[in-house]
Design a binder for this molecule. Structure first.
Ligand code: G3P
Ligand code: MG
Length: 261
């Protein structure tokens, strides 16, 4: 059993983070993908995406619309949990996953339990703006109720959500996700500093050594997504990033930990 006293993880960086679970081998953001991430040794953290259902329950789903990853259509926000349960969230990936459903954050966290740290990415929807503070409160309620604040990193492209979250729960550990078009030229320390975040997350094509240097100079961790090949994992490790998000996190563990394959 790992110790959760330190957040982010206490082990040696870079942390291996399963992006939407083991989404290269099971449908993203489903129990199947999370189960694989819990069972694969050496994975430090599981990343997942959250938004709200019609009755304002926190569900785990990447897109605004159900179309790409389920048999449903249209915005998930228009559907009740009961209705969402009817959609198959696995067949699009492979028919053998037809029993997968869009899960609740509560169910997923209960399942993960103390086995992994969790990066909960709050999705914000430009076409349906949530009332201020609603998503942040709902997510915090679930995490607090389960007593899992000490093993969660909250993150978002919407940095304002991270500010609100920390104003409600000052002990929350947060990360800001870099957006090239909006944040170009702004150093991580500035982006993170203004909302009290301790992690900056960027895409591999956004990454610069300058960003990493600035982050480290200001005591911030920098995580990079989504690295699915050995070459890019090795390169980012050599440069000294603190976290690597991968769709095949199970495959990059041996590279990161220096284990011969
Ligand atoms: O947290 C990094 C990554 O998950 C952000 O992009 O679209 O995969 O949620 P996306
Ligand atoms: Mg995400």
């Amino acid at each position: 059993m790992q110790s959760f006293r330190s957040n982010p993880p206490a082990g040696t960086p870079p942390y291996v983070i399963a992006h939407r679970g083991i989404s290269g081998k099971a449908p993203e953001n489903t129990p199947a993908a999370f189960s694989m991430a819990c069972l694969s040794p050496g994975i430090d953290m599981i990343e997942l995406d959250v938004r709200l259902s019609k009755e304002e329950e926190v569900i785990v789903l990447h897109d605004r619309s159900l179309q790409r990853t389920t048999t449903g259509n249209g915005p998930a926000r228009n559907y009740s949990l009961r209705e969402l349960q009817q959609f198959d969230a696995g067949s699009w990936f492979n028919p053998s996953f037809s029993h997968e459903r869009v899960p609740l954050l509560r169910e997923v966290l209960q399942f993960i339990d103390r086995r992994r740290w969790v990066d909960i990415e709050l999705k914000s929807d430009f076409l349906h703006q949530e009332p201020p503070g609603l998503l942040e409160r709902k997510v915090l309620d679930v995490v607090r109720e389960l007593g899992m604040l000490d093993q969660v990193l909250f993150s978002s492209f919407n940095h304002g959500l991270m500010r609100t979250l920390r104003s409600i729960e000052p002990s929350a550990v947060t990360g800001v996700i870099y957006n090239m078009y909006r944040d170009l030229g702004r150093p991580p320390s500035k982006l993170a500093g203004r909302v009290g975040a301790s992690v900056i997350v960027c895409a591999k094509y956004e990454f610069t050594e300058r960003m990493l240097h600035d982050a480290h100079e200001h005591g911030l961790a920098l995580y990079v997504y989504t690295l699915n090949d050995q070459g890019s994992v090795r390169k980012m490790m050599e440069l000294g990033v603190d976290g690597i998000l991968s769709d095949n996190a199970d495959e990059i563990v041996p590279i990161v930990r220096g284990i011969k394959q």
